[in-house]
Design a protein around this ligand. Structure first.
Ligand SMILES: Nc1nc2c(c(=O)[nH]1)N[C@H]1C(S)=C(S)[C@@H](COP(=O)(O)O)O[C@H]1N2
Ligand SMILES: [Mo]
Length: 314
């Protein structure tokens, strides 16, 4: 987002995914042409279909689209705490220590507590879910998350009747997160949801992807996933969950209030002030595809916004 702000809009059009794409198309093309190309020898890390999480609907929340490769998902990231380029989080996060980890629950809640991560996740049943994700910048991926519904946590900690919103805070560790030594954003990163959004069965607290623990670049050891909203709502490396009666300011809203609203629902009809949101490029593909209302999750979420002006509440 910062990159586009500096006016370098086209940078995102020539980013590394073109390389993956070209390799993959080349491999497909080569095998279609009957050339017995040993792609794994020529391209050791390339996106061979056999190293992908299987596509297909196993549960009611799964997308049946082709899942992005582990490599795409873990090398093309936004995590400004490690730098603003898509390759920075993978390159600059080796010194980050996601263990030990504590999570603080407080605010308008009956059972405030500080947990270590193991105790925090122990009560919940982890599920694998294939979700679409759409970044506000115009790219998208399909990611097999592992996590549990945020609503399961809320049932356990019991927000009070005063609680109308839930806020999340990322860890502040400038010694391990070099981006926090620069003022790309106001640190720590914060995000929030309205209580009904937090309770929506799609909303996950993720601890893994591709069946493994979360890599640091994807938000280790705990991050939020709200697949009908732009990617920046999916706050990473969460240390605090707070319940409140007021709509919180959120990091991107503080940074550019005219561009990033509180709701940030994926909406092809409401353009970003500086670019269209009508289409997106799936990482690993060449042609753009149409962006879907609520990122394709309208059946599950549209009723929460009935009667709201989604141009005003962007
Ligand atoms: N703490 C924190 N969380 C963050 C970000 C960030 O910079 N810092 N970037 C957001 C943005 S813009 C996106 S698109 C997603 C990207 O998640 P991914 O890298 O796992 O695909 O993380 C979101 N969560
Ligand atoms: Mo994003």
């Amino acid at each position: 987002m910062l990159i586009k702000r500096t006016g370098d809009l086209k940078t995102s059009e020539i980013t590394p995914e073109h390389l993956y794409l070209n390799r993959r198309d080349f491999i497909r093309g080569a095998s279609a042409a009957g050339i017995g190309l040993a792609s794994s020898l020529v391209f050791p890390d390339s996106a061979r279909s056999d190293d992908r999480w299987p596509r297909g609907k196993k549960g009611p929340y799964d997308s049946d689209e082709e899942v992005n490769t582990f490599k795409d998902i873990t090398t093309y990231n936004n995590f400004y705490e490690f730098g603003v380029d898509k390759s920075d989080p993978a390159a600059n996060s080796a010194g980050f220590q996601p263990k030990p980890w504590t999570v603080r629950i407080d605010g308008d809640v009956k059972k405030p507590a500080t947990y270590n991560l193991e105790d925090f996740i122990k009560p919940y049943k982890l599920e694998d879910r294939i979700y679409r994700m759409r970044c506000v910048e115009g790219w998208s991926m399909v990611i097999p998350w592992r996590g549990f519904p945020l609503s399961d946590l809320l049932k356990k900690v019991e927000p009070t009747s005063r609680a109308k919103f839930v806020t999340f805070e990322t860890v502040y560790r400038p010694a391990q997160m070099p981006g926090q030594k620069q003022r790309f954003l106001e640190w720590p990163y914060i995000e929030g949801l309205r209580m009904d959004e937090a309770l929506n069965p799609l909303t996950l607290l993720a601890v893994g992807l591709y069946g493994k623990d979360l890599p640091t670049q994807n938000g280790a050891p705990l991050r939020l996933v709200t697949p009908w909203k732009y990617g920046f709502k999916g706050i990473k490396s969460i240390v605090k969950i707070n319940f409140t009666d007021k709509e919180p300011r959120t990091t991107w809203n503080i940074s550019a209030p005219g561009e990033y609203g509180f709701y940030s629902n994926v909406n092809p009809e409401v353009d970003h002030p500086r670019w269209s949101q009508k289409s997106e490029r799936r990482i690993g593909e060449f042609f753009k595809r149409k962006t879907l209302m609520f990122n394709g999750y309208a059946d599950q979420v549209a009723s929460m916004y009935a009667g709201m002006d989604l141009r005003k509440n962007f």
